[in-house]
Ligand binder design. Sequence first.
Ligand code: SF4
Ligand code: SF4
Length: 110
Amino acid sequence: MECQSCGACCAHFRVSFYWTEADDAPGGIVPVALTRQLNAHQRCMAGTSSRTPRCAALEGEVGQWVGCRIYAQRPSVCREVTPGDPQCLKARAALGLDAPPAQGTSPQDQ
Ligand code: SF4
Ligand code: SF4
């Protein structure tokens, strides 16, 4: 459960994905209202395309307690980050959470 006291990967990267993952496309599941158009082919999670990213679907306080409000509908990129992988460690280091997490479930991979 270490990731549920982290959330760094939801507050560091631009979380972008192919537009058809949004639910205004057939078969899409990500709530489109929580996304922003990046270009003709890509969307991102609202809040993640700024200098101080924080996904609009993230609840709680990073480094304390967090949860994903759209866990079952999160984009594919969120499912790919795993605790302790390079992306995870990069995000944690950027936010001052230097100690690698123990294996556990994540807002992105519960
Ligand atoms: S995958 Fe890593 S950066 Fe993301 S919530 Fe878990 S511990 Fe934090
Ligand atoms: S797991 Fe949820 S809160 Fe985190 S970036 Fe993805 S959609 Fe946002």
